[in-house]
Design a protein around this ligand. Structure first.
Ligand code: T3D
Length: 256
């Protein structure tokens, strides 16, 4: 069995982390499989991406067995393995949904937070496991979680190591929706299909804008909006959207 499996349903690519016996903890093969899957996701025919876990876990971060045996400096390993995959998610010009089916811990939590949308099963838990073993948040955890929760709550949570339920994660705004565990695949498929039918290039540029806004000055952000709005008006989907509105019919976006 491959450590990462992919499947296509129309324009939706689903990436399944597949080491269920260890709640999909990252090992070297899983990093490689995820990198390959995220490369497949760049195909323009893919218009929405789902990342989920096999079995009862989403992803519990670094495989601690492999970690104990791994040679060399952890900083180098992070740069070589985790960082490229986090950056690849942010670089995808399409929505990436984390379907958090179970425990998301350590770098698995960071990875979920690097995605654009999080939807959780009611059985999911969110564990900032780093501090429990004396580590600091990595793989973007300190970046994404501070932005999602605000610095005060993020620090309090990440330095406590406290396990959060799906309901608490929802109340905090960490996930946008919680559904019954059995209903998660159906709800995620529905959401992904809806997103895949929207103007993909517009969504990609919206993603660019929000990423840029995190560190931008207002003047720079206004300029970036103007540039990307010019680009958006050049898309086929913009023309289709306006025509459909004026012709009083539903639009048929092609993602071009
Ligand atoms: O090398 C580098 O680049 C370092 C990078 C580090 C980044 C990080 O991610 S550091 C954080 C690493 N992750 C953790 O510390 C999480 C450890 N896991 C847990 O705290 C718990 O498993 C959970 C709270 C997430 C879930 O608890 P529970 O009770 O639902 O499940 P469990 O029984 O603990 O785990 C089920 C199995 O998965 C179990 O194996 P067994 O006993 O059935 O054979 C457990 O050992 C295994 N497992 C869970 N997490 C890991 C793991 N095996 C290896 N590595 C893990 N991280």
């Amino acid at each position: 069995m491959a450590e990462v499996e992919t499947s296509r349903d129309g324009a939706v690519l689903t990436i399944t982390l597949n080491r269920p016996d260890v709640l999909n903890a990252f090992n070297a093969a899983m990093h490689r499989g995820l990198a390959a899957a995220l490369k497949d996701a760049r195909d323009p025919a893919v218009r929405a991406v789902v990342v989920t876990g096999a079995g009862r876990g989403f992803c519990v971060g670094q495989d601690l067995t492999e970690f104990r045996e791994a040679p060399g400096d952890i900083g180098e390993r992070l740069r070589a393995t985790y960082h490229p995959n986090v950056l690849a998610v942010r670089a995808l010009e399409k929505p990436v949904i984390a379907a958090v089916n179970g425990a998301a811990a350590g770098a698995g939590l960071s990875f979920a937070c690097a995605c654009d949308i999080r939807i959780a099963a009611d059985a999911a838990t969110f564990v900032p496991a780093f501090i429990n073993i004396g580590l600091v948040p990595d793989s973007g955890g300190s970046f994404f979680i501070a932005r999602l929760l605000g610095p005060a709550r993020a620090f309090e949570w990440m330095s406590s190591g406290r396990r959060l339920t799906a309901a608490e994660a929802h109340a905090w705004g960490l996930v946008s929706e919680v559904v019954e565990t059995e209903a998660l695949p159906t709800r995620v498929a529905e959401l992904a299909a809806e997103l895949a039918a929207l103007p993909t290039r517009g969504i990609g540029m919206t993603k660019r804008l929000f990423d840029h806004a995190w560190t931008a000055r207002l003047e720079d952000q206004l300029e970036r909006e103007a540039q990307l709005q010019s680009a958006a008006t050049q898309t086929e989907d913009f023309r289709e959207g306006v025509n459909a509105f004026l012709e009083k019919r539903p639009p048929k976006f092609r993602g071009a």
